[in-house]
Design a protein around this ligand. Structure first.
Ligand SMILES: Cc1cc2nc3c(=O)[nH]c(=O)nc-3n(C[C@H](O)[C@H](O)[C@H](O)COP(=O)(O)O)c2cc1C
Length: 228
């Protein structure tokens, strides 16, 4: 067995949160194959604590229609099941969060004062940015932070494998705000709780939102080295 991988770099480098998709459908065989591969992700004790729902076709259309109404009825959501960002988020994390928001809305030409415009744009999350496929990642309520981090490993592996298929994605924890409506639609067992949604499909290159190349902290800001 060859012990050196080909190029993970290209997948890592080209993965980005895509927020504008074409309506080209994603083949059911492809997504099943990618998910089977992604299941090679590591997890502490090999617990494999991810549980997924994948929705496409008419089912997705039906769910989008439900969400279009729901977002109008409850524009700020139904109350999340978990706190997405810690209250009083400190620097530098709050600065990074602020910056990515500013960069995104600058690109879209929606100024800070235009709260309605920004909310309106944010609501595109709930139409999966036009993607033909939606994925929802749940976790058993018994699980704690170590297993939640396993979900992250699974999801990143998945997003990289999608790149190999020419597909793009956007992880969407904003779905936590509508976990009740989602539960009504997917009917997961009570012991499961939603971590995140994800839009999956083919990038719309003409959509200006996809020009966003997010920033990253410099290596010396997040790593210290000793003896090397
Ligand atoms: C777990 C997770 C949840 C996210 N939730 C959302 C979301 O609800 N809506 C959204 O537009 N982007 C969401 N994002 C995308 C992040 O904003 C994005 O990953 C970050 O700004 C870095 O940009 P990049 O993915 O293009 O590299 C999420 C990303 C992750 C990893």
């Amino acid at each position: 067995m060859k012990r050196k991988a080909g190029s993970v770099c290209e997948a890592v480098d080209t993965r980005m949160s895509v927020r504008g998709f074409t309506d080209q459908p994603v083949d059911g065989t492809t997504i099943r194959r990618v998910l089977e591969k992604a299941a090679r992700s590591p997890s502490g004790g090999n617990l494999q604590p991810w549980y997924l729902y994948v929705v496409g076709g008419d089912d997705l259309q039906a769910f989008k229609a439900i969400m279009a109404t729901r977002v109008k009825e409850a524009p700020t959501g139904e109350g999340p099941e978990y706190t997405v960002y810690p209250p009083g988020l400190k620097s530098p994390y709050r600065d990074y969060r602020f910056q990515v928001g500013e960069d995104l809305y600058d690109l879209l030409g929606v100024p800070r004062e235009d709260k309605v415009g920004r909310m309106h744009w944010f609501a595109r999350n709930y139409q999966f940015f036009g993607a033909p496929l939606a994925l929802f990642c749940y976790v058993d309520r018994q699980m704690g932070p170590p297993q939640w981090s396993d979900l992250g490993m699974f999801l990143q592996t998945l997003m990289l494998l999608l790149r190999e298929e020419g597909l793009d994605s956007c992880a969407q924890e904003c779905w936590s705000l509508y976990h009740r409506t989602l539960k009504g639609f997917l009917n997961p067992p009570d012991e499961l709780m939603l971590f995140t949604g994800m839009s999956i499909g083919y990038i719309d290159q003409a959509d200006p939102v996809n020009k966003l190349r997010t920033r990253r902290a410099a290596l010396h800001d997040f790593a210290r080295f000793r003896g090397i």
